[in-house]
Design a protein around this ligand. Structure first.
Ligand code: JB3
Length: 216
């Protein structure tokens, strides 16, 4: 093992991984990047730069080989069970789980962050926000001041959370949705693409439209 080296494994080598890998390559903070997928696939070399180095069962040996960081790159659109399982797997194996932000993101130093969080290109996190573990704040989303984003939330591209919005664990905010100031979106709820939320949303509810209403 190379003492002091920073080698990171990306867990899941699909579309979301491509976004995370691109941010990693642009930020240039790791000595090596490898992918761990469900299936071994020697042909997959993301952008011709990142090899698949193993499958989930190989994680203990990869850790012994000096891969000291890991990050879940399986995404989620609605169901976070697999992300949760993979996250607790790498945590229990003792991997360091960083946050990864594209260099173009604007992130307030006066917000607080868990671990395993992805912040995509041109995303803004404004002051006083609290972001939970493994949240995905995707491309060009806006997390305004004093928002509270739960664990495993996905804020999709272009979504806007106006100030003071609370989003419960495992919730999904669809692309270009807008949530008015100081509202609460409950755990596991889904806000459809382009919706405009003007009232609190309970837990485990799907809402769509403008104004957003529950799907029956
Ligand atoms: O909404 C946006 C902008 N992005 C979505 C993202 C957040 O979530 C994207 O459009 C997709 O809907 C989704 O991306 P994801 O999760 O990368 O999906 P997909 O492109 O289907 O790739 C999933 C990858 O995870 C595949 O390479 C699978 O083989 C791999 N995979 C599935 N199960 C797994 C496992 N990998 C590991 N290591 N372990 C598993 O159990």
């Amino acid at each position: 093992m190379l003492t002091g080296s920073r080698k990171i494994l990306l867990i899941g080598g699909g579309g979301h991984c491509r976004s995370v890998a691109d941010a990693l390559i642009r930020s240039d903070q790791y000595d090596a990047i490898g992918i761990v997928d469900k299936h071994a696939d020697d042909s997959e070399k993301m952008f011709g730069k990142i090899p698949v180095v193993g499958v989930d069962d190989d994680l203990p040996i990869l850790k012994k080989d000096g891969w000291n960081f890991a990050f879940v790159t399986v995404g989620s659109v609605g169901n976070t069970d697999l992300r949760r399982k993979l996250f607790s797997g790498i945590a229990s194996l003792g991997f360091r789980i960083p946050n990864i932000a594209d260099p173009s993101a604007v992130v307030s130093e006066n917000s607080t962050f868990g671990k395993g969080i992805f912040i995509g290109k041109n995303t803004i996190v404004n002051a006083g926000s609290v972001i939970g573990d493994a949240a995905i704040l995707n491309t060009s989303s806006v997390i305004e001041h004093d928002c509270q984003i739960g664990a495993f939330v996905h804020v999709s591209p272009g979504a806007v959370l106006c100030g003071g919005v609370r989003v419960g664990d495992d919730a999904h905010i669809g692309a270009r949705a807008v949530v008015k100031q100081y509202l609460t979106i409950g755990d596991k709820s889904i806000v459809g693409m382009g919706s405009v939320v003007i009232r609190d949303i309970g837990s485990d509810v799907t809402v769509v439209g403008c104004p957003a209403k529950p799907v029956v």
